[in-house]
Design a protein around this ligand. Structure first.
Ligand code: TYD
Length: 202
């Protein structure tokens, strides 16, 4: 048991994860615990440079997967584990489940390759709780802000996001104790009620 708790938020682009992040952060901070809010890819100075490459530069799927894991290795060692060790809680906007969903589900990379990177860089390290904001690929697409310039992932077609969603749900089925699926087609208010209940337990 580590002193702090590690919570991750997941979902296809447009599921509404960012809308709920501030609410969750506020809830945790209201209990007087130190909370570190971070994101992937990114979270460290090097990780943020890798993020800029990942979101903007075209590259092979394997390159993409390995850069995600390079950023993650840095993030876990330099930021997440030290924070948890001093008793802080960590809330990350995406983590390793996103690689499974996007690089394996979306891009079609064999899950065995991802597993090798996961064993190497994470060695069994996992979030205490993962909140998966689940919506159909069509609803997610309708919700994605049209005014914003789409990054390399957001430019993908509906079929890509449908595969990403399926992979997320498969992962949630495999780890029901850690991954909590939230029906993100519901209203913000009713999702908050559900979040209150889950966070209260934790
Ligand atoms: P996202 O977290 O949605 O940020 P924003 O809301 O600013 O767009 O964007 C990160 C993108 O990176 C998202 O499209 C999913 C992708 N991604 C992967 O493909 N694999 C990963 O392992 C991670 C962490 C993210």
């Amino acid at each position: 048991m580590r002193p702090g708790k590690f919570i991750t938020l997941e979902g296809v682009d447009g599921a509404g994860k960012s809308t709920h992040l501030d609410y969750i952060a506020g809830k945790i901070r209201s209990r007087g615990v130190e909370l570190v809010v971070t994101r992937e890819p990114g979270g460290t100075p090097l990780g943020e440079k890798l993020r800029a490459l990942l979101l903007n530069d075209s590259m092979q799927p394997d390159t993409e997967l390995m850069l995600m894991y390079a950023a993650r290795a840095e993030h876990v060692a330099a930021l997440i584990k030290p924070a948890l060790a001093r008793g802080a809680w960590v809330l990350s906007d995406r983590f390793a489940d996103a690689s499974y969903a996007y690089q394996c589900g979306g891009r079609g990379i064999d899950a065995g390759r991802l597993q090798a990177l996961e064993d190497w860089t994470l060695a069994g390290f996992k979030p205490d709780l993962t909140l998966l904001f689940d919506v159909s690929a069509e609803l997610a697409e309708a919700r994605r802000a049209p005014a914003r310039t789409a990054d390399r992932f957001e430019q993908e077609q509906t079929a890509f996001f449908a595969r990403v969603r399926e992979a997320y749900l498969k992962r949630a089925q495999a780890e029901p104790g850690r991954i909590h699926v939230i029906d993100a087609s519901h209203s913000i208010e009713s999702i908050r009620v559900e979040l209150d209940r889950i966070l209260e337990r934790l």
